[in-house]
Design a protein around this ligand. Structure first.
Ligand code: KIV
Ligand code: ZN
Length: 514
């Protein structure tokens, strides 16, 4: 009989802390809502002691997201654990996830503690956490490079104190599937009270083995898998949620395990994360890459046309990919548009339909053919989740390979117009200089990427920027058939996020001192 495997999603904690993947509070909330639709069992929402922003995000997610458990990470310190509890205590199912390293390398060089000191600290912390919270998870950081006997000893002791989930992280992605599976088999046999806890795997992908290791963990008794959407995470990333779920789903003949994941939400979750972070997935990435279901070779196309099963081991529909067909023309009405969005999985209210329709008619005027991907881009681009302090009203840029580029930009803020001009190394640089001049920001462009949403010279161009402003990194995004317009609006989007953050911090400080 098929056994249940619990999916613990750490996109908003282990994933979010990786370079280029940071999200603000509104973005984290948006992602958490999608994780709830995906029906993950646990959302690890952040590390509350790490920053005020992390704390607020965990608190906001705990207040709104009711179906999954909401976990908050804490080192094995009273202060961390109390802060984590403060952030998750209003969740429907709060969880404190406390961790300490157990390998000799970490003990000697990082913690400078003996094995017995670490054991005592783990036990004491689980006790503190259990006094506050019913669901407590304990992780032995760098477990796969720790002495298995010591691991068994520490796990038995924390289970004795009430830890109900025992996580065995391959923190540095060092393990190999057979070895990782054998570790679970050993621990489950050796830890006397193992039946009182769920054992969990948490694998990093430094050797490209995170998913294989996780599956091996499952085959050897682990029943919680920690993973992230698109496999984002520290260094080479974490085990990818979509790969684990679809492997269990597709190979149920030899893997008799199931998850509660709504697989049709996978593609939408992946796209949303790309949209929020500006971190793309490689085209050949399993399950969610652009080419994952594309058949290019003639023999393959012929086979798929005769019977899709010849070259498809799962259907694109099973992960929520809709076929890219010509959909609507410029004469299509609101009703057809909202029906199409519904088919794509977006249920819009009346106001959202109006806004989407406005953007759709603009696009249909500029572009002959409107595809599903265009509509998804419209909806994600148009439904901004933070207010635009500055709105782009006009841009003119000029340049060429023989002359200095220049730009004139007009922005509006609260009904007031601001016009400035600047020279730059190319039209985009000139525009960014003007935006900085008007808004008073000093943005450092860390990354700029442009992507065509569909094919054809009139395709929508989607621009993502990562910009450092006042020491923090912001993602900006915009789409347009005019790439200069998209470049300007993407940068302005990042600047508006920074201004929003600044005003929120200011209001916070004011409220605290009042
Ligand atoms: O990789 C790791 O060890 C972790 C722990 C904090 C669970 O992320
Ligand atoms: Zn990790």
């Amino acid at each position: 009989m098929s056994e249940r495997v619990y999916i613990f999603d750490t996109t908003l904690r282990d994933g979010e802390q990786s370079p280029g993947c940071s999200m603000n509070l509104e973005e984290k909330l948006k992602m958490a809502r999608q994780l709830e639709r995906l029906e993950v069992d646990v959302v690890e929402a952040g590390f509350p002691i790490a920053s005020e922003g992390d704390f607020e995000a965990v608190q906001a997610i705990s207040a709104e997201i009711r179906r999954p458990s909401i976990a908050a990470l804490a080192r094995t310190h009273r202060m961390d654990i109390e802060r984590a509890w403060e952030a998750v205590k209003h969740a429907a199912k709060p969880r404190i996830h406390t961790f300490i390293a157990t390998s000799d390398i970490h003990l000697q060089h990082k913690l400078r503690k003996s094995r017995s000191q670490v054991l005592d600290q783990a036990v004491e912390s689980v006790k503190i956490a259990r006094d506050l919270c019913e669901e407590v998870e304990f992780s032995a950081e760098d477990a796969t490079r720790s002495d298995p006997e010591y691991l068994a000893e520490i796990f038995e002791a924390v289970i004795e104190q009430g830890a109900r989930v025992i996580n065995v992280p391959d923190t540095v992605g060092y393990s190999e599937p057979q070895e990782y599976g054998a570790l679970f088999a050993y621990l489950l046999a050796k830890v006397a009270n193992a039946d009182q806890a769920i054992f969990s795997c948490h694998c990093h992908d430094d050797l490209g083995l995170a998913v294989a290791n996780s599956l091996s963990g499952v085959k050897n008794g682990c029943r919680q898998v920690e993973c992230t959407v698109n496999g984002i995470g520290e260094r080479a990333g974490n085990a990818s949620l979509e790969e684990i779920v679809m492997a269990l789903h597709t190979r149920s003949d030899i893997l008799p395990y199931h998850t509660g994941i709504v697989s049709e939400e996978i593609s939408r979750s992946s796209r949303l994360l790309v949209n929020l972070t500006g971190t793309f997935v490689q085209p050949n990435k399993a399950i969610v890459g652009k080419n994952a279901f594309a058949h290019e070779a003639g023999i393959h196309q012929d086979g798929v046309l005769k019977n899709a099963q010849t070259y498809e081991i799962m259907t694109p529909q099973s992960v929520g990919i809709t076929s890219s067909t010509l959909v609507l023309g410029k004469h299509s009405g609101r009703h057809a548009l909202s029906k199409k969005f519904e088919e794509l999985g977006y249920r819009l209210n009346r106001e959202e339909v109006e806004r989407a329709y406005f953007f759709f008619t603009k696009l249909a005027d500029q572009k002959k053919e409107v595809y599903d991907e265009d509509l998804i881009t419209i909806i994600q681009d148009g439904m901004k989740i933070i207010p635009d302090t500055y709105k782009l009203k006009y841009i003119h840029s000029a340049g060429g390979n023989q002359e200095l580029a220049s730009a004139v930009v007009k922005l509006e803020k609260a009904g007031q117009l601001f016009v400035e001009s600047a020279y730059g190394d190319g039209p985009v640089d000139a525009i960014y200089k003007v935006i900085d001049k008007i808004t008073g920001s000093r943005g450092r462009l860390l990354d700029f990427s442009i992507n065509s949403v569909t094919r054809g010279k009139d395709a929508l161009g989607e621009v993502f920027v990562h910009v450092r402003i006042d020491g923090r990194q912001y993602t900006g995004k915009a789409a347009s058939v005019d790439i200069i317009d998209a470049s300007a609006r993407a940068y302005l989007n990042a600047v508006n996020k920074a201004l929003h953050e600044k005003s929120r911090t200011r209001n916070h400080a004011r409220a605290a001192s009042a």
